[in-house]
Ligand binder design. Structure first.
Ligand code: SF4
Length: 378
């Protein structure tokens, strides 16, 4: 079964999502913890902002060359007018770089509206739920104003949360299809990235058709491996894993497993509603966001506490080794590498750290490094 072409096209060039026209306004968001359900409930299409490939001619006049290419691509799009098709851009409270870009764009005299969305730093604190619910309510009011002024209804929010549950369920089926060898990793990568870049209902329709026609063998195939890292915005990484016959069984990357976990987290909106029946839609959304797996851009402190758990979970899933992926110059994920390496060493679990760039050109070096690592594990 061929993958829908639109998934391939969007994953190959995520910036092309900015130019797709549709009936609904588009709102860009620059961090995985932004509540897309609120954007959708306001009648807009959420589009994840992932920058784009070089050159960054205009952006590089303002930024140091040692800033990550995701943020340089974002600024380039802003300065060249590529984001003018968006109604607004939303920045999650993430790394220092994204926070500074948000401030720069806010001060800019041109371009779409800039909104910020904050998560509580200490999610376990007594006031975290109330704080977050208030923040989401204020965010919802801002988004509603931008998209026509009507307050976001409880019904619209519920529908969007149901859609998210369906997407998570379909994503788990895609992960399973990958595990059984029916779907090479690059196809899974394309499907999951496209889900963050296009109309979500349209994605579901395509996914249902794709899965209905997919023949799924009954046994696992490929070399089981775990992935850990930030946003992976280079399709070559997925292609290299596919060529090496890797089977990804554990994924904590910012564009795949942290958005669409391979296994059920128990954090579906319907499941949360059963436990917290007294909550309204914003309350359920807040509970989910507080419990959702974090990443180093939002989690304070050292990764030494978490890494042994991640390594142990990867081993339980049958992974034979861990590939740590990091966009060049990305500091938050870079800080995670030493504790991850320590945890892997202590568990005698093979680990390889790979730095990559957003690029137009295929990287033979990456293919060789990933290929050699997977071969070593097989
Ligand atoms: S988290 Fe890393 S990749 Fe993402 S914007 Fe910040 S520095 Fe760049």
């Amino acid at each position: 079964m061929a993958l829908p072409q639109i998934w391939r096209d969007l994953a190959t060039d995520p910036a092309s999502a900015l130019t797709v026209t549709g009936d609904t306004p588009k709102i860009g968001y620059a961090h995985l913890h932004v509540p897309v359900e609120v954007i959708e409930a306001a009648g807009a299409t959420p589009v994840r902002l992932l920058g784009g490939a070089p050159p960054y001619v205009k952006a590089d006049a303002h930024m140091q060359a040692y800033t990550c290419s995701l943020s340089r691509g974002l600024l380039e799009h802003w300065l060249t007018g590529s984001m003018d098709s968006l109604k607004a851009v939303v920045f999650g409270h993430a790394c220092d770089t994204l926070q500074r870009i948000e401030a720069v764009l806010r001060a800019s005299a041109r371009g779409p509206e800039v909104l910020a969305y904050y998560m509580p730093v200490n999610r376990a604190s007594a006031g975290a739920f109330d704080f977050l619910k208030t923040r989401i309510a204020s965010f919802a009011a801002d988004i509603a104003k931008l998209t026509g002024g009507a307050e976001i209804s409880e019904d619209a929010l519920n529908q969007s949360m149901q859609r998210s549950d369906r997407m998570q369920q379909i994503a788990r089926q895609l992960w399973e299809a990958h595990g059984k060898g029916a779907m090479p990793f690059v196809d899974l990568y394309d499907a999951l990235l496209a889900a963050q870049l296009m109309d979500r209902e349209q994605w579901l329709v395509l996914a249902d058709t794709y899965l209905a026609e997919l023949a799924i063998p009954q046994k696992d195939s490929g070399v089981p491996v775990a992935l850990y890292g930030g946003p992976v915005i280079n399709r070559d990484v997925a292609q290299a894993l596919t060529q090496a016959d890797a089977r990804v069984v554990f994924d904590m990357t910012g564009t795949a497993g942290l958005v669409f976990p391979p296994a059920d987290t128990g954090l579906g909106f319907a499941a949360l509603r059963k436990v917290h029946s007294q909550d309204d839609g914003l309350g359920i959304l807040s509970r989910r966001m507080l419990a959702w797996p974090t990443d180093p851009t939002t989690l304070p402190g050292s990764g030494d506490d978490e890494m042994p758990q991640y390594v142990s979970r990867a081993q339980q899933q049958g992974a034979k080794g861990m590939l740590a992926l990091r966009l060049k110059f990305c500091e938050p994920w870079g800080f995670d590498e030493p504790p991850l390496m320590r945890a892997c060493k202590e568990a005698e679990f093979p680990c390889n750290a790979l730095e990559y760039e957003i690029s137009n050109a295929p990287s033979g070096q990456m293919e060789t490094r990933i290929g050699a690592f997977i071969e070593m594990l097989s």
